[in-house]
Design a protein around this ligand. Structure first.
Ligand SMILES: Nc1ncnc2c1ncn2[C@@H]1O[C@H](COP(=O)(O)OP(=O)(O)OP(=O)(O)O)[C@@H](O)[C@H]1O
Ligand SMILES: [Mg+2]
Length: 425
């Protein structure tokens, strides 16, 4: 199903192993993770490699050529470092312009509910009035009904009808088009496009925490992706269009310096809030020695600017959750991931703001061989690999078959994924 040319004969591989690749299109970097699948199960991570990119802003591709250039160099690195030539990829994007529609659908059933009936009812749920610029990305089942009774797993149940309530996630066609163009430029086939926030949580939560309640917050460069799980369901997801770049940009303005200088100050001397610093403002000696500015810059100055932006991002996250009437309970845990989660005192600050136990989310891959991937910056990439490996089937409607015929193999709509691993709310 997935075409990789294995280059390195020394890798310890099982005979019936397949490989899947996930490409995470982030605002600051593109990441490819490769996983080995044995008997349909993701057995291990072969590796994670990234390449910096310009050309993505707040999770959206704004310069196809620029992203294609970074992707070309990333593919060379993947080949050199991991020994794989990637042909097909599962691509993750966290575009803030997604929309969610609710819909219900019904199909008649003969005898028992089959896999095909479930596919058919998902298909039927896709029939919603769309704007000309919108395309459907995912159909997320909220509830199935077999003969009008709610069931968690309808397959095999004896019945005459199957109903579903579902969330239909749509995205601007232009965003899909950009992904396809970037992939076409470098000869990759995007077999599927995934809304990244749905995947990230897979890498940083476990069934217990997802059952009890978690808020996964992936604070990246351009976006802060949020997903809430409870009872092993995703009850809420959102993309807030602000992340580390926003903090850096404001720091550059406040300190009258260049963006890359502000980025370096943020990484080296930054703090999530000035309250964690001593009472007395202390000058940053390194900047003074470098003659960085005509006036003295203190750790407090830096933390005050950064803290204001962090407050703004966290307020946006919380007010959007409030607006959506998401119920957050006292025992929920916040799992903070993404590059910005690594900022000094960030975990502690989020814990104080949310008044919830907070941990840093590191991708759940075995310690030792894959230490490089055990970094919050790669949570979404590893999560995409896990999501990509979920049960899926290929079906084509006549329209899509025609589309595929005219647009070669790059139609992402030729694959339909049944998301069985959890219901949504
Ligand atoms: N130690 C650190 N302290 C503060 N910020 C950090 C640290 N390390 C990385 N960052 C910030 O994390 C951001 C990059 O995070 P990440 O790699 O998760 O983003 P991305 O996936 O490219 O973007 P996005 O998911 O927003 O589209 C940058 O803004 C960077 O400045
Ligand atoms: Mg990211």
């Amino acid at each position: 199903m997935h075409s990789f040319d294995q280059m390195d004969a020394n890798l310890d591989l099982e005979d019936n192993a397949e490989f899947i690749a996930a490409l995470d299109i982030g605002t600051s970097k593109l990441t490819i993770s490769i996983g080995q699948v044995v008997n349909g199960k993701l057995r291990c991570l072969m590796g994670t490699v990234d390449a910096a990119t310009k050309g993505v802003e707040q999770g959206r591709i704004t310069n196809v050529q620029e992203v294609a250039r970074s992707l070309r160099s990333l593919l060379e690195d993947v080949e050199a470092i991991l020994g794989f030539q990637v042909g097909e990829v599962h691509v993750g994007i966290s575009d803030p312009s997604i929309a969610v529609h609710l819909n219900s659908a019904m199909v008649p059933v003969t005898d028992h509910v089959t896999r095909q009936d479930i596919i058919a009812v998902h298909r039927a749920a896709e029939a919603i009035p769309l704007q000309p610029y919108e395309a459907i990305l995912h159909v997320l089942p909220i509830r199935y009904y077999v003969d009008k009774k709610v069931v968690a797993a309808p397959e095999g149940q004896r019945s005459v009808r199957l109903d579903v309530d579902a969330k239909i996630v749509t995205i601007p066609r232009s965003s899909i088009d950009s992904v396809q163009r970037v992939c076409a430029e470098v000869g990759l086939i995007p077999v599927e496009i995934i809304f990244t926030p749905l995947a990230t949580a897979l890498a940083v939560t476990n069934p217990r925490s997802a059952f009890l309640g978690t808020i996964v917050m992936d604070m990246g460069a351009g976006t802060t992706d949020v997903t809430v799980h409870e009872g092993n369901k995703i009850t809420y997801f959102d993309v807030v269009p602000a992340g580390g770049d926003y903090i850096t940009g404001d720091l550059a303005q406040g300190l009258h310096c260049l963006t890359h200088e502000a980025e370096s100050i943020k990484l080296k001397h930054g703090c999530a809030n000035p309250m964690y610093l001593g009472e007395e403002p202390e000058p940053i000696a390194e900047l003074q020695q470098a003659g960085f500015s005509r006036w003295e810059i203190t750790y407090h100055d830096v933390a005050a600017i950064m803290g204001a932006r962090i407050d703004e991002i966290l307020t946006m996250v919380m007010s959007r959750m409030e607006q959506a009437e998401v119920e957050i309970k006292d025992h929920f845990e916040v799992i903070l991931t993404g590059g910005t989660s690594q900022m000094s005192q960030m975990r502690r600050y989020v814990e104080e703001v949310f008044q919830l136990r907070t941990a840093i989310g590191i991708p759940n891959v075995p310690q030792g061989e894959f230490d490089l991937a055990r970094n919050p910056q790669y949570a979404s990439s590893v999560g995409l690999l896990m999501f990509a490996n979920q049960e899926q089937v290929r079906v084509e409607t006549p329209v899509e078959a025609a589309q595929t015929a005219t647009t070669s193999k790059t139609s992402v709509f030729s694959k339909f994924k049944l998301i069985f691993s959890g219901l949504f709310d």
